[in-house]
Design a protein around this ligand. Structure first.
Ligand code: PMP
Length: 457
């Protein structure tokens, strides 16, 4: 299909996500024909560097040959099978390998087919666990301010990003909000670690009042991604695990965006410093939600990993009615399981994390000069997530009025220069695929710098 024909037909038949469709009267829709490595190629052969990994899903490049062939082989063998009463090799191997690489103490894998569904599974499992052990009064969740966990109703209920939530608020169950340990919110002179400790005190106070009615605390470890790439000190995770233990509530780690090497370790939870000197680094959540990069960005898929203790609370005679009920038609889909296995094989066979460290260091170096810009309040980075926050006034950090859509200006500027950026409000960020080359990192950084100018004019 030709560009104009494709766009016209799209705009008369398709409804796109996260989009005011009216925008497309002025904002161009980009018709992509194929992908190769970190690049997307449109129907006229124009190339765009995918600096946002296609909504943070793609890890090793578009049309990555090893994952593509694994899916093709699986498709020729078994494409789908009902996952109740039946199983298959790819699902079993994947569960074993996920448990082998996940934080220690996770013992069971439940599959779902997107990130929001994984969050629903974790919320329901935690709630149902308490019911099964005779603590049915525990029915609330604690979430962090500025968090995002997806857009189905349960996931939205524990989120705190107004853009996605406000219109549907009347439909959502109530949650308790604890203030985020977001380092951007530091008091003058306060270090990120001190912010984390102060916010742990806030959470402690909340748990002291409400723990008896709380099922779990849900957190995006290290980076609240959709909530404008706000980052916190890993000490928060150590303290959070300790508080959940102290008050006997579950900890749900939503690593849907940050899992699989994005923050510098395979899982962000690994970066929690030891609780005592000489102790063990890393924490193990009661539920670990994974999606997005799990298939290398090829197929929608998710997994929730949990403990033997949680599993045991559901394991009983049928007549007790304790079974966990959450069934998606495509649970354990063989194509997706196989793509995930191929993705884990790439982690096993190549030094992905080491390469990412070098790429992250280069990106940090290239973005650093932006700190001096009169409209840049913050340049922050965790692994291969880097963000530049624009403000109207640097001293007071007063934001630009939202209706000015400064971030959109940066996005369009980048697109015209062949780079895909999709700022969150006025926060311009890069989250490139891991196959990105050093000169491509330089191009992303230069495009962000140009975008900052375009946005602030
Ligand atoms: N949790 C987090 C932390 C996410 O970033 C996202 C997606 N942006 C989700 C959950 C929801 O995933 P999905 O879009 O696959 O439903």
């Amino acid at each position: 299909m030709q560009r104009d024909d494709l766009i016209r037909r799209d705009l008369s038949a398709v409804w796109h996500p996260c989009t005011q469709m009216h925008d497309h009267e002025t904002v161009p829709l980009t018709p992509i024909a194929r992908g190769a490595g970190a690049w997307l190629i449109d129907v006229d052969g124009r190339r765009y560097l995918d600096a946002v990994s296609s909504w943070w899903t793609n890890l090793f490049g578009h049309a990555e040959p090893r994952i593509a062939s694994a899916i093709a082989e699986q498709a020729r063998t078994l494409e789908q099978v009902i996952f109740a009463g039946f199983t298959h090799a790819s699902a079993v191997q994947l569960a074993e390998r996920l448990l082998a690489v996940a934080p220690p103490g996770l013992a069971r894998v439940f599959y779902a087919d997107n990130g929001s569904a994984a969050v629903e599974v974790a919320l329901k499992m935690s709630f149902h666990y308490w019911r099964n052990v005779g603590r049915g009064e525990r029915r609330r969740f604690i979430a962090l301010s500025g968090g995002y966990h997806g857009e189905t109703l349960g996931a939205l209920a524990v989120g705190d990003t107004g853009l996605y939530r406000d219109a549907y608020a009347p439909l959502l169950f109530e949650r308790l909000l604890a203030p985020s340990p977001d380092a951007y919110e530091a008091e003058p002179g306060e270090t990120p670690e001190q912010v984390a400790l102060r916010r742990l005190d806030d959470l402690h106070a909340l748990l002291e009042r409400h723990a008896d009615t709380v099922c779990a605390v849900i957190v995006e470890p290290l980076v609240q991604c959709a909530g404008q790439m706000r980052m916190h000190h890993p000490r928060y995770l150590t303290g959070l695990r300790a508080l959940c233990d102290k008050f006997g509530v579950h900890l749900i780690a939503d690593e849907i965006a940050v899992g699989f090497g994005r923050t510098g370790t395979l899982f962000a939870c690994e970066q929690a410093p030891p609780a005592q000197p000489g102790g063990q680094a890393g924490i193990t959540p009661d539920f670990l939600c994974l999606s997005k990069g799990i298939t290398g960005g090829f197929l929608p898929f998710a997994a929730v990993l949990t403990t033997a203790d949680v599993y045991a609370a559901f394991y009983d005679d049928y007549s007790t009615g304790k079974a966990f009920l959450h069934s998606h038609s495509y649970t354990g889909n063989p194509l997706a399981c196989r793509a995930a296995l191929a993705t884990l094989e790439i982690f096993r066979d190549t030094p992905v994390l080491e390469n990412n460290h070098a790429l992250a260091a280069r990106l940090a170096g290239r973005l650093a000069p932006l700190r001096e810009h009169p409209h840049v309040a913050d340049v922050r980075q965790t692994g291969l997530i880097a963000a530049v926050e624009l403000v109207a006034d640097k001293a007071s950090r007063r934001p630009f009025p939202a209706y000015e859509r400064r971030g959109l200006r940066a996005r369009l500027d980048a697109l015209s220069r062949g780079v895909v950026l999709r700022p969150l409000g006025d926060v311009i960020y890069a989250m490139p695929p891991y196959c990105v080359r050093e000169e491509e990192i330089d191009l992303i950084a230069a495009t962000i710098a140009h975008g900052v100018e375009a946005a602030c004019r």
